[in-house]
Write a protein that binds this ligand. Sequence first.
Ligand code: FAD
Length: 357
Amino acid sequence: MIKDYETLIIGAGVIGNSIAYHLSERSREKILVLDKKFPLSGTSGSTQAWVWVHNKNPSWYAEFSMYSAELYPYLSKKIGDVEYKRTGGLSPFFNEADREKAEKLAEAYREIGIKIKVLTRAEVLEKEPHLNPAVAGATFSKIDGNVNPFRLVDMFMRAAKKQGVEYSYYTSVTGVEKKNDYYIVKSTKGIYRCKNLLLAGGTWSREIGKMLGINIPINQLRGQILVTEPLKPFLNYTISGMRQANNGEVLIGYSMEQAGFNRATTLDVIQETANLAQHYVPAIRKAKIVRAFSGIRAMPEDGFPILGKIPGYDNLYLAATHSGVTLAPLIGTLMTELLVEGETSIPIDRYSISRFS
Ligand SMILES: Cc1cc2nc3c(=O)[nH]c(=O)nc-3n(C[C@H](O)[C@H](O)[C@H](O)COP(=O)(O)OP(=O)(O)OC[C@H]3O[C@@H](n4cnc5c(N)ncnc54)[C@H](O)[C@@H]3O)c2cc1C
């Protein structure tokens, strides 16, 4: 038996869920979200979850990230506490020669309304006393912070379900066909028919695209994260590679490795990560590491989000990106506008997949 939906979303990560939630606020039509595993089984369950704006380049991408960060306080009011903390973000530098680069960044950001302060050594150490005293300075922005990705996805889903969204887990999409005005989506649990099809398969987007004969240029980039035992609050800000969660654990991660879909953690990267952490914050050497995990980034070939309609296909949409935690509220809002109104309040043309052709 074929089940009918107005909109079917492939992927129940933070992106698919943000779109499902925002769309269900605006549309009473039937929406189904499918996932081959479960909602946090992909990258959204293995992330640092910074909501990060500062030092995104070029400045138009920082501006896009800023709009999303600005939506977070409002989102928490609507769907519930997602443990969003606007801690402020510090990017330390250890060489006086980097000050000039930092000043240039601050100037470029000033033009788009993002305030970046370039701090002296004394100012950085006053803000973050546990940083390595060899620090030369830092860029600082108030808008940066972090969120609990588990609560974020959970709260999106609860709110979406209340608004009528249906979910099917352990339902792997195995084929997609266009028939007249509909997409026929074949899965391991049955066949679905929908008018709008939205691809939010994260790092698996290339594989999903192949089912439709579309090249979606998303690659894999592994990152490994160390987690300390819960420590008394001692980090005031989100700093390069490090953040202290509400429960006191410090999450540390710097690595970017080409390892395909292999989610192993490896001793060499764990050691490198621990060494870097001690370089930034010497006091961390006393902490016990209780866990290491890895995640696979969904990395577009040019690093920027791929969003919008897929040209040449009616009612086929794509949202695949790195920094998806930062961008989720904005992407959910804009993709909803596109589906409901046919246009977005902020132009997203530069993020179209057509830039690769
Ligand atoms: C180590 C690391 C650190 C990161 N740090 C940050 C950070 O600090 N800030 C930030 O903003 N971002 C960060 N990211 C990136 C961010 O986590 C991701 O961009 C985001 O989670 C992507 O969400 P998604 O919904 O697109 O993908 P996912 O969460 O992977 O969801 C995609 C879903 O699609 C499903 N799926 C795939 N194929 C199929 C199929 N055929 N049928 C059915 N379902 C399918 C999968 O099972 C999966 O659940 C980090 C990532 C990593 C790995």
